[in-house]
Design a protein around this ligand. Sequence first.
Ligand SMILES: NC(=O)c1ccc[n+]([C@@H]2O[C@H](COP(=O)([O-])OP(=O)(O)OC[C@H]3O[C@@H](n4cnc5c(N)ncnc54)[C@H](O)[C@@H]3O)[C@@H](O)[C@H]2O)c1
Length: 265
Amino acid sequence: MKLTDFLNFSGKIAVVTGAAMGIGQAIAIRLAEAGAHVIVTDYNEPAAQETAASIYESGGNAEAQYMDVSNAETVKSVIERIGYEHKRIDILVNNAAIYPMQPFLSIDDELWRKTLEVNVMGVARCIRATVPQMVKAGSGTIINLASINSYHPQRNLVHYDTSKGGVIMMTKTLALELSASNIRVNAVAPGGIQTPGAMAAAQAAMSSIEDSGSRINKQAFMERIPIRRMGQPDDIARAVLFLASPMADYITGEVLIVDGGFLLS
Ligand SMILES: NC(=O)c1ccc[n+]([C@@H]2O[C@H](COP(=O)([O-])OP(=O)(O)OC[C@H]3O[C@@H](n4cnc5c(N)ncnc54)[C@H](O)[C@@H]3O)[C@@H](O)[C@H]2O)c1
């Protein structure tokens, strides 16, 4: 296989969750650029439509689809419909997640449940609905968005950190279980990435969290990144593209940390 063919995704059907903005949007854009037909799913339907339209205007193949990953029935019916319409699903990127910052004692059962519903159950549901389509197609690749918080704790995010730790074990366990069906399962663990969600969360935390020990200090954070810049959504999209491509054919159950070296420091 020629090197250029490795990144030719023509004829591939890719589903990306939470793809209306941020990292998911960047992933959808790169997958489409590589030739895949991308289903841009999100619970923010108008924003998903805008993303799909802008991909289409740039010459890519994309369609928008409402899908709230915290709703089991919606996930099942949307993924089944995609499989029926396109006859296959080759790539699933589980990107949708929430990360509302709260001190531990302020996180009630409802917020715990909501976070785990989206960040853990959402991933499990999308995989459960998609695997039969991949089995039918004879192959498939799944990439889950973990986080450096899967390894490195952050104050006021115990619910999120717990969920992202779960994503890593889900990735590894399913890699083991699904390899018999020729399905690879990997994860990308981003560091601090400049996205609308991350910026809003940091802003909200700075104005609401009083504990000075937990203040988000952008300068200190930047100084801890050996590659002296914040990550951009496209840094993650390129890593996802690699794992989704045949370049990574012999890689499964792995977590690719993309953090500018943050965890080393
Ligand atoms: N930005 C970072 O610094 C960072 C760091 C580590 C990991 N991550 C992970 O990367 C992924 C993307 O993060 P981001 O910063 O781009 O997020 P973001 O908040 O900017 O965008 C998230 C997208 O997911 C959608 N979404 C949220 N809940 C949903 C649901 N229930 N169903 C469907 N769509 C839903 C939102 O509408 C939005 O379009 C997440 O899994 C996040 O945990 C991000």
